[in-house]
Design a binder for this molecule. Structure first.
Ligand SMILES: Cc1ncc(COP(=O)(O)O)c(C=O)c1O
Length: 419
């Protein structure tokens, strides 16, 4: 238990009690775009409104048909984002999470190219995945649903502990893959260094069908200036003769509409044939109208997307600055918590002292401030040290963020002091 100046604890208690009496109802649980961000994409809804309005290749987007990989104009934009050849890109659906889920399901049932099914009655030992932690809870939900054992990998300032990754992947053929959020990671905000990317690409894996699901969800999401550069996993894997290792995904959920953006996946030609084999059974074709609307809205150019993202950054940056200012003011110098200072993405990751996070989240909830459940950033919802809290400030208004973060800080003081 931390020793904190009693005046600081008293101040926190007075404010906490006042907050309880005020009946707050604030939500900082999920990284959603704000209404102001969504409004900036409304032009999408009017971008395709003529009866005779085919895509550049003549495809009538209202009908079945066209390239099952999606419209060439959007595949080109996603290819530029993921830094791969457009031939390797599939655009479909609105949720990258659905692609990730599907990649895992297909691997379990059918197997990835070069391997047997990861699941099924013939397999006596469960498949395992490497999970950099703290990480994205929905990745863990996918793995948990299919009984894939999750092995915790510590996150550092430049990405996951790659020595541990290489050791586990190198010695156990049941370790079949790894989820990564390589840029402005959820929740730590870390961008993987070139050395980390290189190590993931180069390592020898005991499983010949090892896959890295490279979730570049925040590829465009800098708060200021250009996004952090990121080494090209696909190229690095190919350079080491492992081009099938990389499965790249991203989406426009936090570019245009959270519920109606576009998602894309890119992979080697062999993986691409595999993806095409199940996609062509799942759907006769993706929603091309939404792809056309996006292509028109952004004039078919990534630089228009980047400009659009600068507008988002102007809305988001003050929210993160508010969180950091309040945390600095209330907790700076108290030695009861540490927090990330992200340059992009959607989250601040905060660590309390061991054994405090659950109590803090519960206490904040009792005062009407909902936070992501403690433990959510770890597999099975279990943070071994009960320390990590994910703060998601994009959705609420500035004043709400100020109040909610202040209350969170007060709860940390009170729980840390055992008050
Ligand atoms: C790392 C990461 N990947 C994927 C998603 C969800 O993306 P989509 O809406 O494309 O499924 C999120 C949303 O928070 C995320 O943080």
């Amino acid at each position: 238990m931390a020793t904190i100046d009693p005046a600081v604890v008293d101040g926190a208690r007075v404010r906490y009690e006042a907050a309880c009496a005020a009946g707050l109802n604030l939500d900082m649980t999920r990284g959603k775009p704000s209404p102001e961000q969504l409004a900036r994409s409304h032009g999408l809804l009017r971008a395709v409104d003529r009866e005779d309005d085919p895509a550049a290749d003549g495809t009538d987007c209202r009908n079945y048909g066209g390239d099952p990989r999606g419209l060439p104009e959007m595949r080109a934009i996603f290819a530029e984002i993921l830094e791969v050849d457009p031939e390797l890109v599939f655009v479909g659906g609105n949720a990258s999470l659905q692609w990730m889920h599907d990649l895992v399901v297909q691997a379990m049932l059918v197997g990835v190219p070069g391997g047997d099914p990861w699941g099924g009655p013939r397999r006596s030992t469960p498949v395992k995945f490497l999970c950099p932690c703290p990480g994205y809870d929905r990745h863990f939900s996918v793995l948990e649903r299919f009984g894939i054992e999750m092995l915790l990998i510590a996150m550092g300032d430049d990405g996951p502990d790659v020595e541990e990754v290489a050791r586990l992947a190198g010695e156990d053929p049941n370790v079949k893959g790894m989820f990564c959020v390589p840029r402005y990671s959820n929740p730590t905000g870390v961008t993987y260094s070139d050395d980390v990317v290189e190590a993931i690409a180069a390592m020898k894996t005991a499983a010949p069908d090892f896959r890295v699901i490279w979730d570049d969800a925040y590829a465009l999401h800098a708060f200021e200036g250009e996004p952090d550069p990121l080494a090209n996993l696909y190229d690095r894997c190919a350079a080491h003769g492992h081009e099938d290792r990389a499965l790249l995904v991203t989406s426009f959920s936090k570019v245009t509409f959270g519920g109606a953006g576009l998602a894309a996946v890119a992979a080697s030609p062999r993986n691409g044939d595999w993806i095409r084999s199940f996609r062509s059974i799942q759907t006769i074709g993706p929603n091309k109208l939404n792809q056309l609307a996006h292509a028109r809205f952004f004039d078919g150019s990534l630089s228009a997307v980047r400009d659009h993202m600068k507008g988002h950054a102007d809305l988001i940056r003050p929210k993160f600055e508010t969180v950091l200012r309040v945390l600095d003011d209330r907790l700076g110098g108290l030695d009861v918590a540490s927090w990330s200072r992200p340059r992009g993405g959607y989250f601040v990751s905060l660590d309390t002292e061991s054994g405090c996070a659950r109590a803090v989240v519960e206490m904040a909830g009792n005062a009407g401030v909902k936070l992501t459940p403690a433990g959510a950033t770890f597999p099975y919802g279990l943070d071994p040290q009960d320390r990590n809290i994910r703060i998601a400030p994009t959705l609420p208004a500035l004043a709400e963020i100020e109040t909610a973060t202040g209350l969170l800080a007060d709860c940390i003081v009170l729980v840390s002091a055992g008050a």
